[in-house]
Ligand binder design. Structure first.
Ligand code: GUN
Length: 287
């Protein structure tokens, strides 16, 4: 028997539809249009695609999109000055600085220069702390999207064993915080974890966020578990370019109870949650 496929594309379309509806109402009732500023430094091809998609979907949901594309050799002071202007701009409710930044920039310094109320990525140290202490925070988009799909599939997550493979600030750590907030028993595993296979086999919920193509084989999955595959890895197989996740899909699909595909799983939810966060930031800014 194969697993239930968790259709992130359909989930994301639903989230975008609800955001668009609320943006329309906000505009009709109060004449307010949420605005998202996206800053891209350099010409990284993958980042360019992400930024283009973000801008397109922002406009499609009725919000204003402000794109700032800066050359790779831009100085840190210049980027910080732009962030200051965006912080002070009342038309801008959300600010996202696309990562990774060029090597000569200090990403932590740049992220922490963003007004936490406009930090729609949820990466500012204040939002990280608020999330960790169970307070009202801006929540990072990819883990938020994963949580929404898990809640929709399971209903209540309380008491489930969750294993998050990967300890990044963008996905692994905030994902663990969100699962803990929903009363899961959470393990964060990583490249130094001893007997990773056994740790994974104990997971009712397995979240893979390591960025290594098909690193988790099917026989690491507990029968009936829910597998959330955050990986988006470009590989070449049989002379063809392909996108694969961090989980070996065919094997895992035979054993899991539910699984997100790549593409069409977690990916589309990330931008949908960014739009939702921008709407939230706008509503909070306007009381
Ligand atoms: N680069 C890869 N993922 C992300 C993300 O979620 N936000 C930002 N700002 N940069 C990224």
């Amino acid at each position: 028997m194969s697993a239930t496929i968790i259709d992130g594309k359909a989930f994301a379309a639903d989230v975008r539809g609800r955001v668009a509806e609320q943006v329309g109402r906000l505009n009709d009732a109060h004449g307010i249009t949420p605005g998202l500023a996206v800053v891209l430094v350099g010409e990284d091809p993958a980042s360019q695609v992400y930024v283009r998609n973000k801008g397109k979907q922002t406009v499609e949901t009725g919000m204003n999109s402000y794109e700032h594309k800066l050359p790779a050799e831009t100085g840190e002071a210049e980027l910080l000055a732009l962030i200051e202007r965006l912080n002070a701009d009342p038309e801008v409710h959300g600010i996202l600085v696309q990562l990774p930044l060029p090597d000569h920039m200090d990403s932590d310094l740049v992220i922490n220069a963003i007004d936490p109320a406009k930090d729609v990525d949820g990466f500012h140290i204040s939002n990280v702390g608020l999330l960790a202490t169970g307070q009202k925070a801006m929540v990072p988009c990819t883990p938020l999207g994963c949580l929404m799909m898990l809640r929709a599939h399971h209903g209540n997550l309380s008491g489930l064993n969750a294993v998050v493979v990967g300890r990044s600030n963008i996905v692994g750590k905030p994902m663990a915080q969100l699962l803990l907030r929903d009363s899961c028993t959470v393990t964060i595993a990583h490249s130094r974890t001893r007997d990773l296979a056994e740790v994974c086999r104990g997971a009712d919920i397995l979240v893979a966020a390591v960025g290594r193509p098909e690193m988790i084989p099917g026989d690491w999955v507990k029968p009936g578990a829910t597998v959330i595959d955050v990986g988006i890895n470009r590989i070449e197989r049989d002379g063809k370019r392909k996108l694969v996740g961090d989980v070996e899909f065919v094997g895992a699909n035979r054993i899991a109870g539910a699984i997100t595909p790549v593409p069409g799983g977690v990916g589309p939810m990330t931008i949908a949650c960014l739009l939702a966060n921008t709407l939230t930031a706008c509503c909070r800014a306007n009381g």
